[in-house]
Ligand binder design. Structure first.
Ligand SMILES: Cc1cc2nc3c(=O)[nH]c(=O)nc-3n(C[C@H](O)[C@H](O)[C@H](O)COP(=O)(O)OP(=O)(O)OC[C@H]3O[C@@H](n4cnc5c(N)ncnc54)[C@H](O)[C@@H]3O)c2cc1C
Length: 416
């Protein structure tokens, strides 16, 4: 792409990205693949990101997102520790009453040969992407470094780091997470609410093979997801009301395992703990606008959602793919990549899709996280109906795989 000096005189780089979580790292690598000069700033020390154990989560990565990683040459390293998701079983029930007889079964063979997605440990993804960023000659990776101020004018966007250094570019992308400071400084309002729920995350080892089957068990207090990992291991996302979650987190390890077993059941034989316990308070936070002068939001900075169907990061990766395409096409046409006209194309392409998905996840959580008898009956019938109706089943599988609508090139597995 154009060099900053030749086309955008007075700039330090083509694009500044603030926030080097999984979305910011992917964004930098996508833009670097199209020869943009990128400055990526993250508050976290990369040595911490490279060390094991900064995040206990395991992410369900949709197959369209996997295709993007393949197009960026990252898939071989990522798949070394990725568990294919062959099937997903969805059931409704109560803790000691067990599952309702009606269920929903998604079998990947119904829509093709590819698995429905892959499960990958957050720490593994962060290590692979961080190493790739460090090795990329056109990415100026500033970490640990915190952005403490920002300013925009008619031509560019300048961020100021804690040590007083500044970075100026025609456009900046905020991928600084749910609590985005850049969003706030730009005056972009959010809408949302707390779910009064906490996601308890831990890993267990089990006796029998999981066969790549993910389980989503809807309990009255919230979903209990069993996500298959490589080997005979599974990651749990166990959602409880805040008060109950705090009580569970305060239990002794033995009592904690007892409560866990009461929900997990014995369908995979004996289970034992295989990692620390993590907790994540759950809320919804949607940005009203995705753009401000010379700035655009991506990932959780634009949309922090409930993890009920493992869609949050996948939505962010769709932002990445679309933003990379919009900026690449604009630069090829000789447009000003930070102009409102160009950034508006990104907002138009992503805001509706993200809002629709976020509210769908919100609705699912409300529908399933309660124990009201008529609602329970209606949702059980709904699960049973979708399970019997092939086109509906296939629709939901394609949605979960992110293979719907007008996909940007990276999500089709093509280069920029
Ligand atoms: C329990 C749970 C399970 C989930 N499971 C799934 C799943 O299965 N699949 C899925 O798709 N999604 C899932 N998600 C959602 C997913 O975790 C998020 O969508 C994703 O991690 C967001 O990444 P991000 O890069 O946008 O933000 P973050 O990961 O929050 O990264 C933000 C980065 O910005 C940096 N930063 C912040 N402020 C500054 C500053 N001022 N200067 C410099 N750097 C700064 C931080 O250091 C950080 O590295 C789950 C979420 C939860 C809570």
């Amino acid at each position: 792409m154009s060099s900053a000096e030749s086309v955008y005189g007075g700039f330090d780089t083509d694009v500044t990205i603030v926030g080097g979580g999984l979305n910011g790292l992917s964004m930098a690598l996508a833009l670097a693949s199209a020869d943009f000069k990128v400055a990526l700033v993250d508050a976290l020390d990369p040595q911490e990101a490279l060390a094991a154990g900064i995040d206990g989560r395991v992410f369900a990565i949709a197959f369209a997102s996997c295709r993007m990683f393949e197009a960026l040459g990252l898939w071989d390293a990522l798949k070394a520790d990725a568990q294919p998701i062959n099937d997903i079983m969805v059931t409704d029930g109560t803790v000691r009453g067990g599952a309702s007889p009606l269920f929903l079964h998604f079998d990947h063979r119904e829509i093709g040969d590819e698995p429905l997605g892959h499960l990958m440990e957050s720490g593994h993804m962060r290590r692979v992407l961080t190493k790739a960023v460090m090795a990329a000659p056109n990415i100026d990776f500033r970490a640990p470094a915190k952005v403490v101020d920002q300013a925009s004018d008619a031509y560019g966007f300048t961020v100021t780091l804690e040590d007083g250094a500044t970075i100026r570019a025609p456009v900046a992308l905020a991928s600084d997470g749910r609590g985005s400071r850049l969003r706030k400084w730009a005056g972009i309002k959010t809408v949302g609410w707390s779910y009064d729920q906490i996601g308890i995350v831990t890993t267990v080892e089990h006796e029998d093979d999981h066969e790549g089957i993910a389980q989503e068990f809807f309990l009255p207090s919230g979903p209990f997801a069993i996500l298959p990992m490589t080997g005979r291991r599974a990651s749990l996302v166990w959602t409880e009301k805040t008060r109950a979650a705090k009580a569970i987190l305060a239990l002794s390890p033995e009592r904690f395992m007892e409560e866990l077993r009461a929900r997990f059941g014995d369908y995979l034989g004996a289970i034992k703990t295989a990692g620390p316990v993590w907790s994540y308070p759950l809320d919804l936070k949607l940005a009203r606008d995705y753009i401000a002068p010379r700035l655009a939001l991506i990932g959780d900075a634009a949309h922090g959602i409930h993890p009920i169907a493992g869609q949050g990061l996948n939505m962010g990766l769709r932002d990445v793919a679309m933003m990379a395409q919009v900026l690449t096409d604009a630069a090829r046409l000789g447009e000003d990549i930070g102009s409102a006209l160009v950034l508006e194309r990104y907002q138009l392409a992503r805001r509706f899709d993200n809002t629709f998905n976020s509210l769908a996840m919100d609705g699912l959580n409300r529908l399933f996280s309660n124990d009201i008898a008529p609602v329970r009956l209606a949702r059980d019938l709904g699960l049973g109906l979708v399970n019997r109706f092939g086109p509906a089943r296939r629709f939901f599988m394609r949605q979960a795989g992110g293979d719907v609508g007008d996909l940007p090139r990276l999500l089709k597995g093509e280069g920029l």
